[in-house]
Design a protein. Sequence first.
Lengths: 336, 81, 365
Amino acid sequence: MKERRISLAHGAGGKLSHDLVQELFLPYLGSAPLQALDDSAVIPFETGQLAFTTDAYVVKPLFFPGGDIGRLAVCGTVNDLAMVGAQPLGLSCSFILEEGLLIADLERVLASMQTAGQEAGVQVVAGDTKVVEHGAVEGLFITTAGIGQIPPGVAIGSARTVPGDVIIVSGPLGDHEIAVLLARGEFSLQGEVKSDCAPLNKLVATMLAASSTIHCLRDPTRGGMATVLWEIAHASGVGVVVEEEEIPIRGEVRAVCDLLGFDPYYLANEGRLIAFVPEGAARTILQAMQQHPLGKGAKLIGRAVADHPGTVLLHTTLGGHRILEPLSGVQFPRIC
Amino acid sequence: MCLGILGKIVSITTNGLAAVDFDGIKREVSLMLCPEAQIGDYVLVHVGFAIRRLEPEDAQETLRLFREIEESYREEKPGAG
Amino acid sequence: MRKNPGQAEARLAPLLLKEITGFAGLFDQPLRLMEVCGTHTVAIFRSGIQSLLPNAIELLSGPGCPVCVTPTAEIDQAIALARQKNVILATFGDLMRVPGSSSSLQQEWGEGSAIRVILSPLDALQLAAERPDHFVCLFAVGFETTSPTIATAVMEAGSQGLTNFYLLSSQRLIPPAIRALLANGMAQIDGFILPGHVSVIIGEAPYRFIAEEFGIPGVITGFEPLEILEGIYMLLKQKKEGRAAIEIQYRRAVAVEGNERARAIMAEVFAPVDANWRGLGMIPASGLALREAFSYLDAAQHFALPYVEQGDAPGCLCGAVLQGIRRPPECPLFGTQCTPEEPIGACMVSTEGSCAAYYKYGGRP
């Protein structure tokens, strides 16, 4: 494409729009349904259960260590499907582009989405583009929807855990939120933290192959581990107990939390999952996870209990306990 | 009051500012309140200022004092250790 | 610099707790220990110490929560500043959710006021240098730990020749507040867990009156769980031995003489003034104001900000909670009308406020 920046004309629906799709979007996202350029994708489907999700991505900055808005969009949508046990059948992506956005940046995002799609084994089958005037969005927003298929015999949901279930986390917490925070440069902190942004559907498939008895899966995005545990405790009517000493958090993430007064249990993750599984299957599932690249750091961190339903207790390293509430409001940095 | 985090000075610039490492995260810190601090020192940092220089053994080990308690506890109750 | 606490804590915590429980059992009444500092409140709850202490020890949260004791009138002043065109209000994040009389800084920010959350007073100076077209006003809320850093920023503003930097001072001093608490005789306090980082600056001497005039022990304590346990142990040891003295648990960071240079800078820029404390009322010489030589930086003067005192909301027990007279669950609004999502009193807003900490972490299920 000879233009360097997106202009309003690219969104007008005419020749320039057509060229944008042909020359930029299709080379990266071009699945067969997308190439047909019909109004809807038609996907073959067996009877059973469909999973369907939607999400929007507005992250700033657009690019950060370990990912970008495009990778986030693909992984986030795939992960929403994976958390109910579904393998993705196809994604739709709607792009809202700011007039003046560098086409090279858009191209970088699309290439990243192509890579993420390949990792997950899913394609973008429907798309749309709009261009808005300068300042109406910051660079680029992406809205997605995803359809997935749940294998027969799999029933995973937040209300399905029972006392005695064991809780597994797939890796260290907080990397994504801290990576983005550092990339924003707002507090002049420097460090090498990469987002954990990754598609989890194949890890989930590995876990289900080890045992189909998984009860709950959640990815701790906004609100973090504490919020997810609280939601599951509430939905299932169980108590939750987790061991502080077992919860993996990288040293650099902890250091940023110390400096800003953040509680690491509320940080967003984009490539981690928390699983509630029957005690009898825990070892097998954990081992299967640890063999998978996205589950190398998997650990047992706690269990569901019959006591104190709806309450999440953290057993502290000191031997006492504290109650983990869901995130209330936004975490602002503190000095006190 | 307030958050004070331990970090290690890795370099010092001209105008009383230092690059301090906190477990792999770096930030610029003012030494205006602790001008005696040198490269390699551990400092307690509050809102971007070093407020106290710590002896290295104190920075690494909080627990020298606890060992004293543990010792004195053993002394008071012989055979309990 | 996070040491690995695991093994040491596992070994030493039970020993300290055993001693603490033993000492506490020697007394007929529960021992009431006041943690002056809000950062201690959070550290105590996060570490689970509250759940490990015997019932014979009651922990009270004192007035060392700068967000809790800042009067609504001063939050309103900050809001008034933020609403002005060409003003950027630089504030620590702690203040964002504190309710003013009708709004909060977070709300104002959502409605388009220029507010920047900073981590250091030097960030505010940098902002002023980068935005000569705006007035950058630093909302300085804090105690003696923070005041020397504010003072340094003020002096730097002068040496950099910044003409667009202003200070809204809402700073307070700890020892006068402790004296006011004890002088009014209402709270029964058997010992003080004294603030570790304030003491890095002021040292031990300003607290001696607590022991010498009122016969109450105080221990300057650090913030790691074992340090807090040791601080409590040292207090109870004094009680057991019938002593009252000021001791330093936080020896690795607190020198008896404090940080003299920091105090000198503070004294050069600020003078003590009478100050209003939410819940405690007016306390003489308990606040800090810019000295004459620096008064040209005073935002309240320059922008002619009104000071309109508001009382607490009806039913709100923040004042009594701050003085250690009441515990959060005794407030009729606690957990019902007043929650972290919709706080009525500042004790619920601040992550370190007694009520918020109690709501989020507190109690045994």
